[in-house]
Design a protein around this ligand. Structure first.
Ligand code: B12
Length: 221
């Protein structure tokens, strides 16, 4: 878990929350997340320094075959329930609607926890987000962006095997003659700056917070 400048009471709460995710205990996750917020820890700090690293440890346990898919799912649901509790408490930074962003997880991939966190952060920072869900085909990203007059297409992906869908979406935009109409950004586990450059995306961000800064930069806000 990332170390923050916290009181021992706050640190205990985050340690307990981390363990609750590993145990897949939804009830504890919800109540401890709320207590952590009430004890003065910002929602994004709780997510970035505790909930996300806890899920990473779950992923490592899955990789080692210490746990299997059903357990990973239970832990993911417990983590998501904590995020849900925190959602209303994110600082709203701007009410202005800066632009429309089409957001989805690429075809073949059903991971959406990171995408959902990114959506919340974009919204509290004044973006109008159209979340088109997960397992989304290239044509759907493009059609939605055209129909909703979007400025940015944001693709999330956690599976190496589905990353080619990001490249295919950009290639299809070129083939359809609409590449210049939209900025394209990518994020999620196996993506990187190098991969973004390779497939001709306009940007990559490592975290949802950096993703918001990236959108501001691309729109020169
Ligand atoms: C939870 C989880 C699941 C859950 C997903 C539940 C859900 N609703 O999402 C379940 C149990 C369903 C699942 C299933 C599978 N999973 Co899984 N899963 C994970 C786990 C443990 C955590 C992922 C997560 O949510 N992290 C927390 C979030 C907050 O982090 P994040 O997604 O990275 O998002 C942050 C940033 O990346 C960023 N971000 C995210 N998207 C975007 C987009 C943009 C544009 C931007 C700017 C930023 C941004 O913002 C977020 C916050 O900062 C990871 C382990 C890991 N290390 O990631 C494995 C992992 C991703 N899964 C893996 C695998 C293999 C699978 C399965 C194929 C397993 C199987 N045999 O069936 C299936 C996939 C099914 C499918 N077709 O998609 C592998 C992938 C390996 C690879 N690189 O290809 C991992 C890495 C586990 C491992 N170590 O082996 N999984």
């Amino acid at each position: 878990m990332k170390k923050l400048d916290l009181s021992s009471e706050q640190q205990d709460l985050l340690d307990n929350l981390y363990q609750a995710v590993l145990a897949g205990d939804e009830g504890k996750c919800k109540s401890i997340a709320l207590s952590a917020y009430e004890q003065g820890i910002a929602p994004l700090e709780i997510i970035d320094s505790c909930l996300t690293p806890a899920l990473r440890e779950v992923g490592e346990a899955f990789n080692r075959l210490d746990i299997f898919l059903p357990e990973m799912l239970v832990c993911a649901e417990a983590m998501q329930s904590a995020v849900k509790v925190l959602e209303p408490y994110f600082d709203t930074k701007s009410q202005d609607k800066k632009c429309v962003i089409i957001l989805g997880t690429v075809k073949g991939d059903i991971h959406d926890i990171g995408k959902n966190i990114f959506r919340v952060l974009l919204e509290v920072n004044g973006y109008q987000v159209i979340d088109i869900g997960r397992d989304i085909a290239p044509t759907v990203f493009i059609d939605e962006a055209i129909n909703k007059n979007a400025a940015i297409i944001a693709m999330s992906g956690l599976l190496s095997t589905s990353l080619s869908m990001m490249r295919d979406t950009i290639q299809l935009m070129i083939d359809d003659g609409v590449r210049d109409q939209f900025r394209v950004i990518i994020g999620g586990g196996p993506t990187s700056h190098t991969f973004a450059e390779k497939i001709g995306a306009d940007g990559y961000a490592d975290t949802a917070y950096e993703g918001v800064q990236l959108c501001d930069k691309l729109l020169e806000i």
